[in-house]
Ligand binder design. Structure first.
Ligand code: NAD
Length: 353
């Protein structure tokens, strides 16, 4: 297969981790006879410095010409003034909106070898393997809002339409069909009208996926269940804000922010793939960044945008094997123990491909 991948490395550790995912993708291409072309384009703070725009039109065009986007991270102290007219994160929002990437998928696995890095008891982490699906382009982050002139009143509005809920529910049901066939829909239907619409719509979409078991959990209870019985979940689907908060909570189950991948998808196969962490300015340029979140994001790219399931699984298995053989970057090492660099972790993974 021939595929073009737009690479938006961004700022801080962004280029350090995307370069490692490219090495893994090149090895996969060689192993399975594919031809992957990588097109770098500026994004985030570096694009502000060069073009005065965190996502210039040339970057959008490079993404339009690609089959998928691999992104590192954007932002850093240099561009962190909240009153600045242009900020790095605006570039990310522009790409999500431009390509209508309405579903954000975050798979979370607990690695037994890393249990000591989580605040939970090891027995609670046994068998944790869940997929969080967050609605990404609607809800309160995009609803009508107002900051009144006198500064004493402000509001944001949670607003959902049936088609918005339907399409993200379909992504979640389809994902559940490919996994353990369980979907948990998170809402606040006991209090909010928008969440009653959410629940009603998810129930209706369920009619098309009778092989998937569906249950509903209120968001407040869900925060508790995610830490008291995380292994009971297969796929979860939630609104933009609830998903934002809960998916960060689930990230502690994996042991480090550096471990977790994500995929942002629209209605076709095109998608944006990035680790869930930021640009980590505190460790940038030191060879300490854990590349696993980005390498696993590349695996999701193979699976969802290129339809290469066997190749995706090969990458995920190689990450498991590297961890089982004791490979540890600084963020996942026991206190005082020695650790390997970003590139050495990639080599440990590549040697298991
Ligand atoms: P961060 O995720 O960058 O870092 C939080 C902590 O986790 C830091 O101690 C960092 O060293 C560590 N960490 C993160 N990724 C790691 C990795 N791969 N390996 C090892 N350790 C890792 O969050 P922050 O410090 O709050 O934000 C830094 C900058 O990143 C800010 O400018 C923020 O706006 C931006 N940010 C960008 C994105 C994105 O591009 N999607 C997401 C979150 C934050």
């Amino acid at each position: 297969m021939k595929a073009t991948i737009a690479v938006l490395s961004g700022d801080g550790i962004g280029p350090e981790v995307t370069s490692q995912a490219i090495i893994v993708l090149q090895k996969i291409a060689a192993k399975y006879g594919h031809d992957f072309i990588f097109n770098e384009a500026p994004m985030g703070g570096i694009a502000i410095d060069q073009f005065g725009d965190p996502c210039p039109d040339s970057t959008i065009r490079a993404c339009e010409a690609a089959d998928a986007i691999l992104l590192g991270a954007v932002g850093g102290p240099k561009w962190s003034d909240p009153t600045a007219p242009v900020r790095p994160e605006q570039g990310l929002l522009k790409v999500r909106k431009h390509f209508d990437l309405f579903a954000n998928l975050r798979p979370v696995k607990a690695y037994p070898a890393l249990a000591q890095h989580t605040p939970l008891r090891p027995e609670l982490l046994e068998g944790v393997d869940l997929l969080f699906v967050r609605e990404l382009t609607g809800g309160i982050y995009f609803g009508p809002r107002q900051e009144q002139g006198d500064g004493d009143t402000a509001y944001d509005t949670e607003l959902y339409t049936v088609p918005e809920v339907e399409r993200v529910a379909q992504v979640a049901f389809r994902a559940a069909q490919g996994r353990r066939k369980k979907l948990t829909s998170v809402d606040k239907a006991n209090v909010m009208a928008s969440m009653r619409l959410w629940r009603r719509t998810v129930v209706k979409v369920h009619e098309d996926y009778p092989d998937v078991e569906l249950d509903h959990v209120l968001v407040d209870a869900c925060t508790m269940y995610l830490v008291t019985r995380p292994a009971s979940f297969d796929v979860l689907v939630a609104s933009n804000m609830f998903g934002d908060i809960l998916s960060d909570e689930t990230s502690v189950l994996a042991g480090s922010l550096g471990m977790l991948p994500s995929a942002s998808l629209g209605s076709a196969t095109f998608g944006l793939y990035e680790p869930i962490h930021g640009s980590a300015p505190d460790i940038a340029g030191q060879g300490k960044a854990n590349p696993i979140g980005t390498i696993l994001s590349a695996a999701l790219l193979l699976r969802y945008s290129l339809g290469l399931e066997a190749e995706a699984k090969t990458v995920e298995d190689a990450v498991d094997a590297a961890l089982n053989s004791g490979a540890r970057t600084a963020d996942i090492v026991a206190r005082g123990a020695s650790f390997i660099s970003t590139t050495e972790m990639t080599q440990a993974i590549v040697s298991n491909l």
